[in-house]
Design a protein around this ligand. Structure first.
Ligand SMILES: [Zn+2]
Ligand SMILES: [Zn+2]
Length: 180
């Protein structure tokens, strides 16, 4: 996963309104932070990443969760480039998985689901495919359609184990992301 790919994933989600994309500690692109805050975050990253590597012997890319006094921040860093994302409350864990490239694959077509996006059937928010409930409204989503092959699968990529009739009912409730 490259920083640019992570950035486009983050921008495709409704549950991340703020992000900073930095290169060498300088802001390249920012959204949702004040100019000063974005500059401060961008400037933090190179030093923090170095410390994290020394202490934890992390390999590149470096992924960190920072507890800012105001909110949780996810940081993905590769070489001099970094993306800092501020997700809505409760949204960090599916995002972290996606940033780590640890997302599941579709059991049927083996498509990589780590950066796929679905829409919450209740509130309509665009959320990570791997979320088992909507981080915004809390709605539990058992089944969703694979963006590659269209099979109805779970958040972990397993084929829905439902009798055909119930699967038809489940499918009729799925709201699919057609905006891609
Ligand atoms: Zn598939
Ligand atoms: Zn929702």
């Amino acid at each position: 996963m490259t920083v640019v790919k992570i950035l486009s994933f983050i921008k495709s989600l409704d549950i991340v309104k703020s992000y900073v994309y930095s290169d060498g500690g300088l802001v390249v692109e920012a959204q949702g932070f004040s100019k000063e805050k974005a500059e401060e975050l961008a400037a933090w990253i190179p030093g923090l990443a170095r410390q994290a590597e020394e202490r934890l012997r992390l390999e590149h890319p470096v992924i960190m969760v920072l507890k800012d006094p105001e909110q949780e921040l996810l940081v993905y860093q590769e070489n001099d480039e970094a993306v800092i994302a501020a997700p809505e409350k409760g949204a960090a864990s599916p995002l972290l998985k996606a940033m780590a490239g640890e997302g599941p694959r579709c059991e049927v077509c083996h498509g990589d689901l780590s950066q796929a996006v679905i829409r919450c059937p209740r509130c309509g928010a665009k959320i990570p495919f791997t979320a088992d409930k909507c981080p915004r409204c809390g709605y539990r989503i058992d089944y969703r359609r694979c963006p590659y092959c269209g099979t109805v699968i779970t958040a972990t990529g397993a084929k829905a184990g439902l009798p055909r009739f119930f699967r038809k009912v489940a499918e009729s409730f799925l709201i699919l992301d057609d905006n891609k």
